[in-house]
Design a protein around this ligand. Structure first.
Ligand code: AMP
Ligand code: GLY
Length: 421
């Protein structure tokens, strides 16, 4: 069909999405706004328009015969980019603003879960520091503090002590660390169990689950250090049974999608459910209205059928054909700037990966300096490999990372270890 597609976003997730699209025989051209220069090696064409500049994105789409647009990150979705593209008569894949709020407000997500009896951690929402503090003292630690709005995965503190919890409340409610997003705080029960991410293609009441993945949110090995956007992922997750995934689909994903329909907030797009497999079954820790980063970089490698065709079918009202590779494992490790998720330097030179032919490099926080790529963000790139076993995929990724110069950066050495036990 010779599709021309626009992807919005600039990280590793968007690199993986755009690469998968361009690999389709049905696709002629993939543009990415703004994208990053690391994407150019795959033939992805960069467009210098900001992701919040809807009028110019629409103008670009019209002038360049874009068949449809795929939205990577949450911010444009929350800004109503799908609504604006629809008003302009353009196809774009993702939820409308009134459905994306399932990610945009943790308080809203909690209300939906309560109303439709979807298993999640017990919680209370606060906007007053003194009341929140009293609640935390009453409940004790460990306890989880979450900024209501979006904060790039960094608005969550898993507090091991009451003091840590109160410090986090103070930062959010008194010092307004995340500006407006800190005006409401969700205080949540700490759930014990393995974490996993269950993503699905959703079109109104239709749910097409993807294979699951496990992300690693903490910055350092053994789940130590501050929360990040995600430091690595793998798929499948052997310690999470198929029955448990099925239970999560039936008791969580499907009723949520139905609930959103009932609320007049029908969801079409990628619904990301973050779950913990507790002793009482799977429970939700978060919903996102988009693909996960770094889950996408490992999960899309396991998609057997044509990604571009799937999105095209979902947009045009056709039945999509979605099949996943049943054997083999996919694993990815993020390389981040030393200091991330706090203060870090930019400008360190990236290694040359041209010797590695079977592993994938997905670029994120990079910019071009002459012929060179240099770091320009917290999460810089991800190395992905596939293998017959989880150990094989893991060894392949770390083999690459040990061979190249990673000065000025760091990565976790234990991505996938939980799945090997
Ligand atoms: P979130 O941004 O909501 O996914 O939270 C970031 C990370 O904090 C998650 O990936 C979990 O590792 C952890 N987390 C969040 N909520 C809980 C909870 N209720 N119990 C235990 N860990 C949690
Ligand atoms: N990897 C977590 C997220 O994308 O929200």
């Amino acid at each position: 069909m010779g599709l021309t597609i626009l992807v919005i976003g600039s990280g590793g997730r968007e690199h993986a999405i755009a690469q998968k699209l361009i690999q389709s025989p049905k696709v002629k051209t993939v543009f990415c706004a703004k994208g990053n220069p690391g994407m150019k090696k795959d033939g992805i064409r960069l467009v210098d328009i900001a992701e919040d500049d809807h009028p110019n994105l629409i103008k670009f789409a019209k002038e360049n015969g874009i068949d449809w647009t795929f939205i990577g990150p949450e911010i444009p979705l929350l800004n109503g980019i799908i609504d604006d593209f629809a008003d302009a008569g353009l196809f774009a894949f993702g939820p409308l603003r009134n459905a994306a709020v399932i990610e945009g407000s943790k308080d809203f997500a909690k209300k939906i879960m309560k109303k439709y009896e979807i298993p999640t951690a017990d919680h209370k929402t606060f906007s007053d520091f003194a009341t929140a503090r009293a609640y935390v003292i009453e409940k004790g630690a460990p306890i989880v503090i979450k900024a209501d709005g979006v904060a790039a995965g960094k608005g969550v503190v898993v507090a091991k002590t009451v003091k840590e919890a109160i410090d986090a409340l103070k930062e959010l409610l008194e010092d307004h660390k995340f500006g407006v997003s800190g005006t409401k705080v969700v205080v949540e029960e700490f759930l014990v169990g393995e974490e996993f991410s269950l993503l699905a293609f959703v079109r109104n009441e239709e749910v097409y689950p993807m294979v699951i993945a496990q992300d690693h949110k903490c910055a350092y090995d053994n789940d130590l250090g501050p929360n990040t956007g995600g430091m690595g992922a793998y798929s499948p997750v052997p310690q999470i049974s198929d029955e448990l995934v099925k239970e999560a689909l039936e008791t969580i994903v499907k009723p949520t999608v139905q609930g959103m329909m009932t609320e007049g907030r029908a969801f079409t797009g990628i619904l990301y459910t973050g779950l913990i497999a507790t002793a009482d079954g799977p429970k939700v820790i978060e919903f996102n209205a988009r693909f996960g980063d770094p889950e996408t970089q490992v999960v899309l490698q396991r998609l057997e059928t044509d990604f571009a065709q799937i999105i095209d079918d979902l947009l045009k009202g056709n039945q999509p054909i979605i099949r996943w590779k049943q054997d083999g494992y996919s694993l990815g490790v993020v390389v981040a700037a030393e200091g991330y998720p706090n203060v870090y330097e930019k400008g360190s030179q990236l290694p040359d990966f041209s010797d590695f032919l079977t592993e994938q490099i997905y670029y994120a926080g990079v910019k071009q300096q002459g012929e060179q790529l240099v770091s320009d963000g917290g999460r810089i790139y991800l190395v992905q490999a596939s293998g017959k076993s989880l150990a094989e995929a893991q060894e392949a990724v770390y083999r690459v990372l040990k061979k190249v110069d990673t000065k000025g950066t760091f990565y976790r050495n234990d991505i996938g270890v939980k799945g090997l036990k």
